[in-house]
Ligand binder design. Sequence first.
Ligand SMILES: [Zn+2]
Length: 287
Amino acid sequence: MLSWTIGDVKVTRIVEFETPPMRGGGAGSMVEAGTPENILTIPWLQPHFADERGYVKLSIHALLVEAPGLKLVVDTCVGNDKPRAHSFFNNLQTAFLKDFEASGWRREDVTAVVCTHMHVDHVGWNTMLVDGKWVPTFPNARYLLGKTEWEHWSHHDGEGEHAAILADSVQPLFDAGLVDLVGMDHVLTPDVRLVPTPGHTPGHVSVLIQSRGKRAYITGDMMHHPCQIAHPEWSSGFDTDQAWSARTRQAFVADVAASEALVIGTHFPAPTAGRIVLDEGRYRLKV
Ligand SMILES: [Zn+2]
């Protein structure tokens, strides 16, 4: 189980699943410019983030943030038992909750949950199936959902899979009275706050941890893969607004490269975190 310490704050990674290396790129794909040919132009991606063919690797994981006065889960993956269109996500039966408990946390101890945005792989373990009903997995937590993000998705036309995702993974939280709709710069504690990183979705946020002079960011899907550090202009086919997400990434990468901040990638496979450095005119993730 990977973990990082940032001053008084500890972040632990709970993996739901990792993908085998996949041939990326193409219209509508995770990183549209992430073809094997383009990935191979970024040698430092191997061996952790790509293989020798230029196929990319991905992880779906939650990040547990323990800070003074806070036990926070950031992004809740896909979840078990959920009927989903994509075969990667459909009716998963993973050991996520067991692994969560193996980290020393109990579901009941979680005080807050943040979803960086409301896509299928970030809201799943908000709920779990008990006696045929979707109930909150973290019954004593406040679920901090972005007001802008919620307004975007709840005004969606209700067609397609997203309505089902909201119905089984978000609506039960409202029904249980556990939701706080928060601003994109919401402050959780003196050490942990949200920062707006829109573009992937209109209300997308990342999480900033600052403690004892140390800093770390949890990216969410502001970027999906470390190749987007070398090429912040490479947007995702899943972005609501690709030009906006590119601007957000460019600003983020330049800002973080000028600092000592740790970048913890929400979909980066192990080692998952590193520092952004400028190397011969191009940004790189130093792990
Ligand atoms: Zn995602």
